[in-house]
Design a protein around this ligand. Structure first.
Ligand SMILES: [Zn+2]
Length: 225
């Protein structure tokens, strides 16, 4: 495992893995759960943010006219795509779980690992399939409820915030307006205060993170909608 990213080959993939692929020159990564047979369940957007970030983030939608996936360009929310559509020409990386705090803090880039342990792969896949079936992970929000939040939830069932409402707290570690602006300028995080902030934000150490079953998540957000 490197200090930046954990790149893996396709033959090393195991069902239940949280994978990601970088977009737009390492500014943004698209995350998903590999479920086996070359398929990935992931959380997507259809409409943009209405800001300059659209140019960067709209690449998280799968391309049109895949023989395996069909045309998914008009779909949004939780989708199942082939690995090629998910990667969109990018390389394949593994998001690591259960890492030591010192490893998390030493990482040059956030959004690549967490101290939280993963649940069993069967539970992870069942959770992803449930969210796919009901398309019930709320509305995509670049900073508050995104593809990384989705994958972390599938792996751990951990959510932060009150009443289990999606899109309120931004539990993902990698994306915030500040981190994007900094990364666009400097390319990479600098060691120091940012590593402390990364640990503080990590869902594995947050006191406000709780295990939430998918059925309760679905009911809580249905009431809200
Ligand atoms: Zn496809």
């Amino acid at each position: 495992m490197g200090l930046i990213f954990h790149k893996i080959s396709r033959d090393k993939l195991r069902p239940g893995d949280h994978i990601y692929s970088w977009r737009a020159a390492y500014i943004y990564a698209h995350h998903g759960i590999y479920i086996g047979d070359g398929k990935v369940i992931h959380f997507t957007r259809r409409h943009g943010t209405g800001t300059f970030l659209d140019k960067i983030f709209l690449s998280s939608n799968p391309p049109k006219q895949c023989l395996s996936c069909g045309d998914q360009s008009n779909l949004s929310g939780v989708l199942c795509s082939c690995l090629d559509c998910f990667l969109d020409g990018g390389d394949l990386y593994l998001f690591d779980y259960g890492v030591k705090k010192v490893v998390l803090m030493a990482k040059i880039r956030s959004g690549t690992c967490t101290t939280a342990p993963t649940d069993a792969s069967e539970q992870v896949i069942a959770r992803a399939n449930y969210l796919l079936l009901h398309n019930c992970f709320g509305n995509y929000h670049t900073f508050e409820n995104n593809c990384e939040d989705f994958a972390i939830y599938c792996k751990t069932s951990l959510l932060v915030g009150e009443n289990y409402l999606l899109g309120r707290t931004g539990q993902a570690s990698s994306v915030s307006a500040t981190s994007i602006a900094t990364n666009m300028i400097s390319g990479f995080d600098v060691w120091g205060i940012r590593s402390v902030i990364r640990l503080y934000k990590d869902i594995g150490v947050r006191k406000d993170a709780a295990k939430v079953p998918v059925e309760i998540l679905r009911r809580a957000n249905a009431r809200e909608g």
